[in-house]
Design a protein around this ligand. Structure first.
Ligand SMILES: NC(=O)c1ccc[n+]([C@@H]2O[C@H](COP(=O)([O-])OP(=O)(O)OC[C@H]3O[C@@H](n4cnc5c(N)ncnc54)[C@H](OP(=O)(O)O)[C@@H]3O)[C@@H](O)[C@H]2O)c1
Length: 254
């Protein structure tokens, strides 16, 4: 049986570790040619190497996806290598960078969060969809929000607001790009075992157990479980799904 993403060309931003790396591995196993991007060449090269070692198709290109020219160059790289782009998982992002009240968030931390989480998602949607429009065959884009977008956590820094903006950019794009055959959806992971979560756990010991206690499914998520949701949204099996906000959080936020 053919894989979920057979013969698709799929970009994964933030593909060097965590959810992005798990997603790149799954997409390749499902038949996609994946292109990984992040600012750390060594990490994306290593993930691409492990995919290729087991017969998958993977390449990588260093890019800071919060910078327009770098995203534009990244998409040109994908198109020149593969002739087109069928899908993109805009997974790059950063956590709250420590808690903070609205009273004491620094302007530089506000900017860093919006650059890494919001600007990066918008720029990826923008440049990927331009390439899809030029090819005229439509496509699928998945952005990455967070459970934080749906919950009012006090002292959570500006992260929740940055992710909430991602949600709205994605629904606006879904409406604008739908007539051109481009689907845009958002995944909102709950707490997921990655390097980002490990940093949080270090600053807040016991958070894993606390989240497990307050999550109906009784545990935090695995990166591979977020990847499964992204793979489906990128695939033709989700052909009538656009503008969706898909919580993958073990029912913690509902
Ligand atoms: N883990 C969780 O509990 C959780 C929960 C909800 C939502 N999320 C979201 O899920 C996504 C992935 O999180 P994760 O836990 O896998 O994080 P992670 O382990 O810290 O990985 C983040 C990835 O994004 C890349 N990245 C960050 N800023 C970038 C930029 N400006 N340009 C290019 N790449 C950039 C990082 O590489 P470089 O730093 O080397 O560039 C890295 O590859 C993020 O959007 C995060 O907000 C995570």
């Amino acid at each position: 049986m053919a894989g979920l993403l057979t013969d698709k060309v799929v970009l994964v931003t933030g593909g060097g570790r965590g959810i992005g790396a798990a997603s790149a591995r799954l997409f390749a196993a499902e038949g996609a040619a994946v292109v990984l991007a992040s600012r750390s060449s060594d990490e994306i090269a290593a993930v691409a190497e492990t995919i290729e070692a087991i017969g998958g198709k993977a390449s990588w290109q260093r890019a800071d996806v919060s910078v327009g020219d770098e995203v534009s160059a990244l998409i040109s790289f994908v198109v020149s290598r593969h002739g087109r782009i069928d899908g993109a998982f805009a997974c790059a992002g950063m956590g709250s960078g420590g808690s903070g009240s609205v009273l004491d968030i620094e302007e530089k931390d506000f900017d860093a969060s919006f650059d890494a989480n919001t600007r990066s998602a918008w720029l990826t949607v923008k440049h990927v969809s331009k390439a899809m429009i030029a090819a005229g065959k439509g496509g699928s884009i998945v952005t990455t929000s967070s459970i934080a977008s749906t919950m009012t956590n006090t002292r959570g820094g500006i992260y929740a607001a940055a992710k909430h903006a991602v949600d709205r950019i994605s629904t606006v794009a879904a409406r604008e790009l739908g007539p051109l055959g481009i689907r845009v959806n958002t995944i909102a992971p709950g707490a997921t075992r990655t390097e980002m979560f490990a940093r949080w756990e270090k600053s807040k010991p016991g958070i894993t157990e606390e989240i497990a206690r307050t999550t109906p499914l009784g545990r935090i998520g695995e990166a591979s479980e977020i990847a499964e949701a992204a793979a489906w949204l990128l695939s033709d099996r989700a052909s009538y799904v656009s503008g969706a906000f898909l919580l993958v959080d073990g029912a913690r936020s509902v």
